[in-house]
Design a protein around this ligand. Structure first.
Ligand SMILES: NC(=O)c1ccc[n+]([C@@H]2O[C@H](COP(=O)([O-])OP(=O)(O)OC[C@H]3O[C@@H](n4cnc5c(N)ncnc54)[C@H](OP(=O)(O)O)[C@@H]3O)[C@@H](O)[C@H]2O)c1
Length: 327
């Protein structure tokens, strides 16, 4: 048996229930893992509210780290006793132990603690594919300006540091002066408080009117239009989240006069569709963390049973950096 967080209906944090669930033996291509730490992500909120629908009842959670207890037939890259970590579908990481597909689970280097791993797999692999694999026309070169919204959050603080390591001039937006200071401390070249300043005007000032090559936008509804307005000709809007609500439908025709812009709606799960791709991306993430260029900042820790508090704080924009749940 394992304690797990389950929802039986979509709704607010009050639908999160601590339940006991049976954990069986892993089938072909599966492992059983005992979690030492579990990551909290905004996607968990979308799944809880039903914005991203799943069948009910649903055990939540997409990220975790722990020790492999058993492996099913056909699993060759992991064995019982291995330290391991993952960002993976299907949900279910908000638990003490679970059976899950092995495909997206990777061995964890000994020098990366479990809580750090749980705080960085989903967020760090997302920063990886956005900065390295979601490219504007002609690619990104050192010195290029990019804009990253909500840069003091979990994905954001990893991106600030990684972008700096790549030589990019990352312009951060964040919802308070304290969050802006945090983004600057973590490698952002500039920071804009988008609750007190108009980010479109500020980005134009910083770039001398030229605009940025890429906007990484996980805020969604509130920032979408402004994000298009700060792009250089042929610039790329990488939309990857909906913290303020989903982007409403728009006519592609608006992209022409704004400078023949590109828009993509990206998701990690396309990038980690195969074991080989997951492993390669994870190795890149482990290397940048082991080098010290990217430090994983855990600003909130909650017992698993206090997951509703964790969701409330994440949705109220009270968190910075990563949050972990301790089972
Ligand atoms: N597509 C993908 O592959 C993928 C993968 C991972 C994450 N994501 C997305 O990336 C974003 C960041 O994820 P995260 O887990 O690291 O969360 P997070 O950034 O730690 O938290 C979300 C942040 O969004 C900002 N925000 C702006 N408007 C908001 C609003 N109306 N309500 C709540 N927050 C608002 C807040 O920062 P400020 O106060 O600074 O505005 C808040 O702290 C999320 O949108 C998530 O869905 C997408």
């Amino acid at each position: 048996m394992s304690q797990a967080i389950q929802i039986k209906q979509f709704g607010g944090p009050e639908v999160l229930e601590l339940v006991d669930v049976a954990v069986g033996e892993p089938g072909p291509g599966e492992i059983r893992i005992r979690h030492h730490a579990v990551g909290l992500n905004f996607i968990d909120v979308y799944q809880r509210t039903g914005l991203y629908p799943n069948a009910l009842p649903l055990n939540l959670g997409m990220e975790g780290a722990g020790v492999v207890e058993a492996v099913g037939t056909g699993v060759t890259h992991l064995k019982a006793g291995d330290r391991a970590a993952y960002a993976s579908n299907p949900p279910g990481s908000y638990s003490q132990a679970r059976v899950m597909p092995a495909k997206c689970v990777v061995r964890l280097p000994d020098d990366i603690p479990f809580d750090t791993a749980a705080a960085m797999m989903l967020k760090g692999l997302t920063a990886q594919y956005l900065l390295k694999k979601t490219q504007p026309q002609g690619g990104l070169q050192p010195g290029d300006h990019v804009l990253w919204h909500a840069a003091a959050g979990g994905v954001g603080l990893i991106a600030c540091q990684w972008a700096k390591a790549m030589g990019l001039q990352l312009i951060a937006t964040a919802g308070s002066d304290a969050k802006c200071a945090l983004a600057l401390e973590h490698g952002a070249a500039h920071a804009i408080n988008y609750r007190t300043q108009t980010f479109v005007d500020e980005v134009k000032k910083i770039t001398g009117g030229a605009g940025v090559k890429v906007v990484y936008d996980s805020v969604g509804k509130d920032t979408f239009e402004g994000s298009l307005d700060v792009l250089r000709p042929f610039g790329l809007l990488a939309s990857f989240g909906n913290a303020s609500g989903p982007v409403p439908p728009f006519a592609p025709g608006i992209l022409g006069p704004k400078g023949s812009l590109y828009v993509t709606r990206a998701t990690l799960f396309t990038h980690i569709a195969t074991r080989e791709a997951t492993q390669a991306m994870a190795e890149d993430l482990f290397a940048v963390v082991q080098s010290g260029a990217v430090k994983i900042r855990i600003d909130q820790r909650y017992p698993l049973a206090e997951v509703a508090k964790a969701h409330r704080e994440l949705e109220a924009r009270k968190t910075t950096g990563s949050s972990v749940l301790l089972p």
